[in-house]
Design a protein around this ligand. Sequence first.
Ligand SMILES: [Zn+2]
Length: 348
Amino acid sequence: MTRSEKAPRRMAGIAALLGITALVAAPALSARNLEFYFIDTEGGQATLIVTPAGQSLLIDTGWPGYDGRDANRIQEAAKKAHIKAIDYVLITHFHRDHVGGVKQLLDLMKVGTLVDHGPNRENDRIVLEDYADYQKNLPRVPKHLVLKPGDHLPLKGLTITALTADGEHISAPLEGAGQPNPLCSSAKKHDDDPSENARSLGILLQYGKFRFIDMGDLTWNKELELMCPDNLVGTVDLLLVSHHGWDQSSSPQLVHALHPRVAVMNNGASKGGSPSVWQTVKSSPGLEDLWQLHYSLEGGREHNVPDSFIANVDEHCQGKYVEATVSADGSFTLSNSRNKYEKTYPGH
Ligand SMILES: [Zn+2]
């Protein structure tokens, strides 16, 4: 090695020590992390995901009414993430606490594509009303995409796979998955669920080694179909607890086999957050922490995590959110917008 080759290296070393990396190398094309905002919609769902390439996906839109409360909260999170429009809005199913906020959101923000599982098949009066409203708003968005199990959402730099949709599930295991699920021998079926919940469009997001799952409000028997006798999904780092933590969902056959490191529960103060689900999640092997959007009144002291991990602890809700940021190396940090408490989970 000649002297002239050595010198820039030494300078680079000094610059790095001083923290002035921009002097020695062009900044990476995208320095952004993958970001999740688990927005509080008081027992509904609205999860905003912004990718390192700056693309965005909102899973569900919360409730209608309340003077546009949920749409406002989504817009606030979008501002925090420095995005002005949302590329994809995915509706897991046509229940009011998920699809109800579409109109108010479109009044506030531009959306590129609406994504869903295909036509509503539930005959409940309120669901029919909400589905009609949704259809009325579809033409306000340039594109409409229906996902079937196994389909992907075309976002750059990560893979988003539909696991379940319209009551069906992927027919073959994802890469690396497909092992027998030992918990299936003790599985107990519930009554079949004829509602939209069972038709939820559930997704797995993979970013490098990091894996996140959101199954909407998918109910118990459909979880068993996906996870028994073989686990078609594999394991995840971050689990959004299905169905607001209600006991119609979150079988151990799903939760424990997914082996999440961290879980977020989008329960309301008095919606979801069932003690039995809380117990299932907390006792999941390998779980490091559970975070909650609300203190669950039903759970009481015994079945709530410590306050630092809860975004909203009072009955007069401030609409605080939980945020997760994921680095390219697979490490991720969760933070609580109420008390700024945060915790980092190193990559494997
Ligand atoms: Zn729901």
